[in-house]
Each structure stands twice: as structure tokens, then as C-alpha cells.
Design a protein around this ligand. Structure first.
Ligand code: SF4
Ligand code: SF4
Length: 93
């Protein structure tokens, strides 16, 4: 399942998408330690699987939390994407 966390406002859409099917087989959960803003957590979903999610209290401000990772030019690969070797994480902006 693709889970979307974030919001949209007048300036754009700010969503982090996590393909939780890929999290089920992921032992290291590297996204949690990789994110300098500490946005990720591991939860147990409705199917009793451990999957990554964005913390509830962060979901309405991810544009700002992610800002330091996202310079306007010369943007490096984001730490959360680099750490997630299964390729479960994507961003809408
Ligand atoms: S590293 Fe990727 S696959 Fe593993 S738990 Fe985090 S988001 Fe899911
Ligand atoms: S872009 Fe940076 S702050 Fe945002 S989720 Fe990824 S690692 Fe965390």
C-alpha cells in the first residue's frame, strides 16, 4: 500500500509517500536513523506488519522540517531516500 503523509496549501503539495509493502521485508528500518528531523517512526499496521510512517505531529509541517535537506539548487539525494535501499520513500516536491 502507498501511504501519503503531508498536506497541500496555496504554495504547493507536500507529501511523503511510503510504499509500505516494501517495509514489510525491511529489517534495518534505516529511514528512522537517517532522517535528521526525526520524521519517521515504525508502526504496526492493520495487518500486523511493521512499516514506516511519518509521525502524526510532523505531518502538517513537513515542508519546513525537510527544508534543510532540500536546497533550491544542487540538491543532494535526500537522506531518507538514500537510506531506504528497498526504494519505498518518495517526495512530491
Ligand atoms: S528504510 Fe524504507 S523500506 Fe525500510 S522501513 Fe524505512 S521506509 Fe520502509
Ligand atoms: S528530506 Fe530530510 S528531513 Fe525530510 S524526511 Fe527526508 S531525511 Fe527527513
Amino acid at each position: 500500500m502507498k501511504a501519503n503523509y503531508g498536506y497541500l496549501d496555496g504554495s504547493g503539495e507536500y507529501f511523503i509517500t511510503i510504499d509500505t509493502d516494501l517495509c514489510i521485508e525491511c529489517a534495518p528500518h534505516s529511514c528512522v536513523a537517517a532522517c535528521p528531523a526525526n520524521l519517521f517512526e515504525i508502526i504496526v499496521d492493520d495487518y500486523d506488519d511493521e512499516v514506516a510512517a511519518i509521525k502524526e505531529e510532523q505531518r502538517k509541517k513537513i515542508k519546513y522540517a525537510c527544508g534543510p535537506c532540500k536546497p533550491v539548487t544542487d540538491r543532494p539525494m535526500l537522506p531518507c531516500i538514500a537510506a531506504c535501499t528497498p526504494g519505498a520513500v518518495s517526495h512530491s516536491w
